[in-house]
Design a protein around this ligand. Sequence first.
Ligand SMILES: *Cc1c(COP(=O)(O)O)cnc(C)c1O
Length: 385
Amino acid sequence: MLKGAFPIDSFKGRKTPFYFYDMDLLQRTLEEIKLQAGRFPGFRVHYAVKANSNPEILRVIAEAGLGADCVSGGEVAAAYAAGFPPDTIVFAGVGKTDEDILLGLRLGISRFNVESEAELEVIDSLAKEAGKVAPVSIRVNPDIGAHTHANITTGLAENKFGIFHEELENVLRKVLRMEHVSFCGLHFHIGSQILDMADFVALCNRVNEITAKLKRCSLPVGDINVGGGLGINYQHPNHLDIADFKSYFETFARHLELEQGQTVHFEPGRSVVAPCGTLISRVLYVKKGVTRQFAILDAGMTELIRPALYNAYHRVENLSSSEEEELYDVVGPICESSDVFGKGLSIDRCHRGDFIAIRSVGAYGECMASRYNLRPLAESVFYRK
Ligand SMILES: *Cc1c(COP(=O)(O)O)cnc(C)c1O
């Protein structure tokens, strides 16, 4: 959304900060995903609920016909409540509790993406007690590093996620002997905010190696879940407002060696919802330092923790001013020195009360909010033209 397109008059009576969701953009994004994935018959898309679990956002995504990828019992329950059919819900996570597993069994979810042998044994025994057979995929740690921030890389060997690929055959033989789990496929996820398609090509190559090896040992492969991770353009939210789903799905179609009828599952989170969300806040104070000046906002790391946590960049715009740009350290009100949205950002001259837009916060924004400093949780506004 261009700066001038924000319905700023409707902001005037509102308490700031709040999350502003451009629901038209979300709708266009979902249509693009369906169009691009739909070109390849076996491709299935499950939205990664952890990126944004706001009930209205979930409802719209469920209505568009995507499945859900969950990483906790709470997310499984939220996805189910929002209307995702259980047979489109997949459930990963290294620390599933007994309660989480029982919920999944009761609802009849499509898949438990199992991350350790210990978890597998617990699922088998809980399924036995419940008189059920749990559908499982094995999450494989492919030992591939995506070129992204160390904290959001999940596919390296020294990492808590998944089963190391060299141990896969033994674990798979064990799964096949269990009576209350049925083996359905392999699951991978290499990280987040991946923009270089070469990282996904590397994943495809590793998947091909692993499946070829399993076949040589006469072991089943099942379906393939390649996880999420497609990145968005945080620098230019106005020009590139939908992620490159075309290249993304084409990359997997071109590089994965599939069997007839084998399905491929995708779990995009950020790329679905990040661009449609904006954090709207007001300037509380402009403070002049010796060599720099600060724009102190009423939003902080409690509403958007990504800059503090990952040193992430979000574009900041002053919606109320079109005066000459100046350099500001844009900061929040929280008592932490990491509560900074950006240092030396060039934005239109700020005054007390100006509306400031922090862009591309639809993913890992609202869902990571906290009440630190006893701040109230910010509201959300769903905008349709
Ligand atoms: C976080 C996560 C995703 C979504 O990642 P994005 O980078 O938001 O696309 C998908 N699958 C799993 C297993 C995850 O943990």
